[in-house]
Write a protein that binds this ligand. Structure first.
Ligand code: CDP
Ligand code: CDP
Length: 226
């Protein structure tokens, strides 16, 4: 592709996708695209408009009539929907607990995957999500599937929450993660699965830097072989 490779990073909740994807993008001067934030943005707007999560028609209208955009921020990327900043709002528990239901709707997936394909068309992107290597970018040159034990993933979320002053008990977080993984893996349309040609990395006992280095060497190898 004109601007570089397409790098797809998929995996279950809190495996470290967005953390390492950002760092890998920085290292190769690629654009980082957080597709989970796009599903969260539509979920936020659905909840805010008082729309019921099973009102598929209304949610289809919402996704057709929404403009999601990203802007570089100081630490994290800033996220907007229709010009309203929702960077923090989309990480709230109400959105987290509803996002898998919204992400299972066909029209939502079609619309957002299409946007993601447009963004990635020229390459030079690191895109993280659940179905990037399988559905959105099936020809991506680099596909990574990140996993970690559910206990470790709950611990990671717990630590993040403590830093934000949120005190959800660890066992509750683990249940939330398991419920979301189950829904994401069992939905009809593009469920969370490892692409056959993806490199699987178990991050349970790896540091962030170790994971970044592993992915960077897969990319470098690909670049050198082209
Ligand atoms: O960061 P975290 O693991 O909490 O999740 P996320 O990447 O922000 O994604 C939130 C939710 O969006 C996931 O649980 C999926 O239901 C959905 N999603 C999806 O269906 N397909 C994607 N490519 C990305 C996210
Ligand atoms: O995007 P995803 O939900 O897969 O995970 P994340 O939002 O990047 O969160 C992972 C959390 O685990 C972050 O707080 C990271 O600092 C931490 N972590 C990691 O990402 N990778 C490791 N190898 C170890 C810890």
């Amino acid at each position: 592709h004109k601007n570089g490779l397409q790098v797809a990073i998929d995996g279950p909740a809190s495996a470290g996708k967005s953390t390492v994807a950002k760092l890998v993008a920085k290292q190769f001067k690629y654009v980082y695209v957080d597709t989970g934030a796009m599903y969260r943005a539509i979920t936020y707007k659905t909840i805010k408009s008082g729309t019921s999560l099973d009102n598929v028609e209304a949610i289809s209208e919402i996704v057709k009539n929404s403009e999601i955009s990203f802007q570089p921020g100081e630490a994290d990327q800033r996220v907007f929907i229709d010009g309203e900043e929702i960077t923090e709002a989309i990480r709230q528990e109400d959105v987290t607990n509803s996002v898998s239901a919204v992400a299972a709707i066909q029209s939502v997936r079609e619309e957002l995957s299409n946007d993601q394909q447009v963004i990635a068309a020229d390459g030079g992107v690191v895109m993280d999500g659940r179905d990037i290597g399988t559905t959105v970018l099936p020809d991506a040159e680099v596909k990574i599937f990140l996993i970690a034990s559910v206990e470790e993933r709950a611990q990671r979320r717990y630590k993040e929450n403590i830093e934000k002053g949120i005190n959800t008990p660890l066992d509750e977080l683990q249940l939330e993660i398991e419920a979301r993984d189950y829904k994401d893996s069992h939905r009809k349309i593009s469920p969370l699965t490892k692409a056959d040609d993806a490199v699987e990395i178990d991050t349970t006992s790896l540091s962030i830097d170790e994971v970044v280095d592993k992915i960077a060497s897969v990319i470098t190898e690909k670049l050198n072989s082209n």
